[in-house]
Design a protein around this ligand. Structure first.
Ligand code: S3P
Length: 441
């Protein structure tokens, strides 16, 4: 990649200071659109993330007959109504549903379509067409849905729903909230109780939200269940700020000398803020304070300040699901810390929007930082005296989280860094660069 194809990210002119707000949580925004589309009646939603991924979910439910009337607000969020198809069920779409880059849209959609007698071709962009889908189709097939070609791992594929879905008990082979949600959403219309056991707790937004849509739901530490058939009704909700976006502001403040930020109205769901706990263990000046609840989602403030001495730490397997999307940016922080940081059992990173394990190791190597894979572990030997090489070019490969991670290196350092395919930040945080610049005004 040459510098001409990349976006040059210049160092921020001054420390990050003051109060920050991040856009609405992506996982909750997807679910708000999708669950409201499934429900009977009109749901009122506010604080919704307006990003390419969420627009993929909006387009998908429109194709299936939901009416979405969400308007851009002065703060950049979306607010308005979704009128669901409810008991009538989704309509047969006219063409394939293109989920773009969004794994959440594609996988949750499979669960949504499963209990209805419609045939839906599901596809996505080049990245999504490389991501594993059998983890979703396998349990849905046990319930009675069919996929063509049968047993295929990759999109595009066609799903044939069934009006006679069976409730199942399923032991998920990996901790995946997308898998859990797809099975539970199919279970909403199956006869009986559908139970999903997982090897480690994945994010629990689905279990927290479904009762407010009228679905009998139970949830434990590594188990969630719904009892169907349920009549889903509409629900009004406000989406809290996205901790995964907040993590980039927090890490920027940690690395940029003199910075001090208060990031307000962020979801503090424990299943999502593992990054804050890990940064604390690395010696970071970071604290969270609870302010209230959006529905059942706790939200509050993350306060963070520049920390000169960070140390490496070991992140155990049971913490990984709570920070899985933050590993690239935490790896960048680890690269600045004294000692070795090890993220245990992060093989799932190989099947995210890119192979994030390989991308992090390659990117840090270009910085002169020793990072390596040991089986499914990611190890980084940090260097507190890290000097960014002149003319550094890092490719995000169109992966939004890598684009923001590499951009942070330019923003918080003293030399420009060129980031390939930087425009992919629009997948989850379109105003990433503007927000960073405004915070050092
Ligand atoms: C998500 C779950 C996570 C996460 C993804 C969003 C969700 O993936 O990486 O960005 O909204 O359910 P898993 O399905 O692997 O948990």
């Amino acid at each position: 990649m040459s510098t001409s194809e990349a976006t040059v990210i210049n160092p921020l002119p001054s420390p990050l200071q003051g109060t920050a707000h991040v856009p609405g949580d992506k996982s909750i925004s997807h679910r708000a659109v999708l669950f409201s589309a499934m429900a009977e009646g009109i749901s009122r939603l506010e604080g919704m993330l307006d990003s390419e991924d969420v627009q993929s979910s909006i387009a998908a439910v429109r194709a299936l007959g939901a009416q979405v009337d969400l308007q851009k607000q002065p703060d950049g969020s979306l607010a308005g109504t979704v009128t669901g198809w409810g008991a009538a069920g989704p309509r047969q779409p006219e063409g394939p549903i293109d989920c773009g880059n969004s794994g959440t849209t594609a996988r949750l959609l499979m669960g949504i379509v499963a209990p209805w007698p419609i045939t839906v071709e599901i596809t996505g962009d080049a990245s999504l067409q490389k991501r594993p889908m059998r983890r979703i189709t396998a349990p849905l097939m046990k319930m009675g849905a069919r996929f063509e070609p049968a047993g295929q791992e990759l999109l595009p594929m066609t799903e044939l729903g069934s009006a006679n879905l069976k409730a199942i008990t399923y032991d998920a082979p990996m901790a995946s909230a997308q898998l859990k949600t797809a099975v539970l959403l199919a279970g909403v219309f199956a006869d009986g109780t559908t139970t999903l056991n997982e090897p480690a707790p994945s994010r629990n937004h689905t279990e927290l939200m479904l009762p407010d849509y009228g679905v009998p739901t139970t949830a434990g530490t590594r188990v969630a269940a719904v009892t169907g058939p349920a009549a889903m009704h509409s629900c009004d909700l406000r989406v809290p700020g996205d901790p995964s976006s907040a993590a980039f502001l927090a890490c920027a403040a940690l690395l940029k000398p003199g910075s001090r930020l208060a990031i307000e109205d962020v979801s503090l769901n424990p299943a999502r803020i593992g990054f804050a706990r890990t940064l604390e263990r690395m010696g970071a000046d970071i604290a969270t304070s609870h302010k209230g609840q959006d529905g059942k989602e706790p939200f509050g403030t993350i306060e963070v300040a520049y920390t000169e001495r960070l140390r490496g730490c070991e992140v155990p397997p049971q913490h990984i699901a709570s920070l899985v999307d933050e590993i690239p940016v935490l790896a960048l922080v680890a690269a600045h810390a004294r000692g070795v940081t090890v993220f245990r059992e992060v093989g799932e990173l190989r099947v995210k929007e890119t192979d994030r394990l390989a991308a992090v190791v390659d990117g840090l190597a270009k910085l002169g930082v020793d990072a390596w894979e040991e089986g499914d572990d990611l190890c980084i030997e940090g260097n507190p005296d890290l000097v960014v090489p002149d003319g550094l070019v890092l490719d995000s490969q169109g992966d939004h989280r890598l684009a923001m991670t590499w951009a942070l290196l330019g923003l918080t350092g003293t030399k420009p860094v060129a980031v390939g395919h930087f425009e992919s930040v629009a997948v989850s945080y379109p105003r990433f660069l503007d927000d960073m610049k405004e915070l050092c005004a």
